[in-house]
Design a protein. Structure first.
Length: 178
């Protein structure tokens, strides 16, 4: 597996430090409130698990599955959101947790999808952001790192359902995904 890695971009130590900082920011910004955390599967699972351990607030944790990539390295432009929300969102402070903000297509659709359910507030927290790839105007309210415009894997991010288990974020060699 490591033969496919071009460069490690964010080490495990860098990620854990920033995740702790984000947890502290969320704890401060929502002091005295409860949060509804909605994780976007599958890529967010490692980030979300580590992040919520650093949020010192009452949290309800739910998941949605949404994607515009499938088994490709580029967005199809069509967002698939599996199912409907089967939990109460209305009047709650909601944070959507995403692994990477790339084209903005998936998060724009997901934000609109959740907003229909009338939360008190709705924010986005993303581990990584690739602003160079943005196709729709959306930003994260809470951000781990800005990421170079390379195809990255690890810490939950995948290529064709592989590499999620890496404890760091790395770029893949182009011959692996092209």
């Amino acid at each position: 597996m490591n033969d496919s890695i071009k460069d490690i971009i964010f080490t495990e130590e860098m990620i854990q430090k920033r995740v702790a900082e984000l947890g502290a920011e969320l704890t401060k910004d929502y002091a005295g409130k409860s949060l509804l955390i909605i994780g976007v599967l599958k890529g967010c699972f490692m980030f979300l698990a580590d992040l919520v351990r650093h949020i010192n607030l009452d949290c309800e944790i739910r998941f949605l599955t949404a994607s515009s990539y499938g088994f490709s390295s580029v967005s199809s432009g069509k967002v698939n959101i599996d199912g409907d929300i089967d939990f109460d969102v209305e009047g709650k402070d909601v944070i959507i947790i995403e692994d990477i903000l790339d084209s903005g297509i998936t998060l724009t659709a997901l934000r609109a999808f959740v907003a229909k359910h009338k939360p008190a507030s709705l924010k986005i927290c993303a581990l990584l952001d690739k602003p160079e790839r943005r196709q729709l105007p959306i930003t994260a309210d809470y951000l781990g790192y800005e990421c170079p415009n390379e195809f990255v894997v690890g810490y939950g991010l995948d290529y064709a359902e592989r590499y999620r288990n890496l404890p760091f974020v790395a770029s893949l060699k182009p011959e692996v995904y092209s």
